[in-house]
Design a protein around this ligand. Structure first.
Ligand code: ATP
Ligand code: MG
Length: 361
């Protein structure tokens, strides 16, 4: 019988700062799991923009096949602004992974840490804990490989919203709100759309209303995306679980990362029924490559999300415990207020942040 508490993880360091933050993340995972009944077989795989420049393909079939067989996928960041496909699009195998593995729920937690300078002064904005769920397989991005540049005067992209795609992401968001309610959160799901202008969003909202009928224990409401942008700055504490279309989710999750103080603090997960990819929200940050300035926190927190997901899915409490250890070590490292990453205007780089956190583990 296969050992239930040994997991195979496909690891993609990807491009840019990816190779600076990946090896230390694997160390953090191993350290968090020491003396717990859970262990990992990491399969480190090459893919991304630099790989494309060398080999003419961005995600080799062999790596894809390993990723498909793995229990989870951990990815740092992929893409470089000046390496592109012939049609001008950036190399983004992470989008291919989402599509091929049908990872429909993009989970972007917005959780602030104590001890860091944050953009909003209100005490409630210094203790945020909400989650944005982004539909990740359709919406406006779904037509990205069939964008029509008709002539010099006109270009078109198409937004696709389906009942199936919407129902599954709304169900995911509602179940997340239920789990959070058990932990003491509001138990509310807010649908973010533009139903007052586009028919596709009117449909999105209708399906939301139908799905949420089945969840009597949680509250459901709606907000237009423009109002959501305003409230995310004015009173972001009003949200619990937000659920939205692909591109709106892309934009609002960067706003969420901003509320946490920087891209280097924001973890994420892309979850489907079978597979899941865990990846920090940030890109490959070419402007800081090789300077030791990359903040690895978002990737550590993404690894914690992965451990928690594996533990819950396979009923291995030790993996959930390891996730908690990482979350607590990160919180404690920053709490005292004397750890300030470069992106916060501080002087602490990748190694210093890693050392503080690993010592706490
Ligand atoms: P993508 O299109 O892949 O999302 P992007 O163009 O949005 O990429 P990022 O690579 O996320 O850009 O970088 C945006 C800014 O945030 C850059 O100035 C970058 O240096 C900074 N940044 C991103 N990630 C980190 C990190 N982990 N630590 C420190 N700074 C970061
Ligand atoms: Mg970005």
């Amino acid at each position: 019988m296969q050992d239930k508490s040994r997991f195979t993880i496909a690891v993609f360091p990807g491009d840019g700062i990816g190779s600076e933050i990946t090896p230390i993340t694997l160390e953090v995972i191993n350290k968090a799991c020491s003396k717990l009944d859970v262990s990992f077989d990491f399969k480190v795989l090459d893919a991304g923009a630099a790989y494309y420049a060398k080999h003419g393909e961005s995600l080799p079939a062999e790596a894809m096949s390993v990723a498909k067989k793995a229990d989870a996928i951990l990815l740092a960041c992929m893409g470089m602004p000046d390496i592109r496909y012939p049609d001008g699009r950036e190399i983004a195998p992470q989008l291919e992974l989402r599509e091929t593995l049908d990872l429909y729920a993009g989970v972007r937690p917005v959780k602030t840490l104590k001890g860091l300078p944050l953009p909003l002064g209100d005490a409630r904005a210094q203790a945020l804990d909400f989650v944005l769920v982004r539909e990740s397989t359709e919406g406006l991005f779904a037509s990205r490989s069939s964008s029509k540049i008709i002539d010099n005067e006109r270009a078109e992209d198409t937004q696709v919203i389906t009942r199936k795609g919407s129902e599954r992401v709304f169900n995911f968001a509602c179940k997340l709100a239920q789990r959070r309610k058990e932990l003491g959160f509001k138990g509310k799901v807010t649908c973010v759309d533009k139903a007052n202008v586009l028919g596709s969003f009117f449909f999105f909202r209708q399906v939301f209303d139908e799905v949420t009928q089945a969840y009597k224990d949680i509250d459901a409401d709606h907000i237009y995306v423009d109002a959501a942008a305003l409230q995310l700055v004015r009173q972001p504490w009003m949200f619990d679980v937000m659920v939205t279309e692909n591109m709106f989710g892309d934009i609002l999750s960067d706003l969420g990362a901003g509320l946490m103080g920087g891209m280097g603090m924001a973890p994420s997960a892309d979850i489907g029924d079978e597979h899941a990819v865990f990846q920090p929200c940030h890109g490959s940050a070419p402007d800081i490559v090789g300077q030791g300035k990359a903040n690895p926190t978002a990737m550590f927190l993404s690894a914690a999300m992965m451990l928690d997901w594996l533990g819950s899915k396979h009923d291995v409490p030790a993996a959930c415990d390891a996730a908690q250890r990482i979350n607590r070590a990160v919180e404690t490292a920053y709490e005292a207020g004397n750890l300030k990453p470069f992106e916060f205007g501080g002087q602490h780089g990748t190694d210093e942040i890693y050392n503080r956190i690993i010592d706490l583990l």
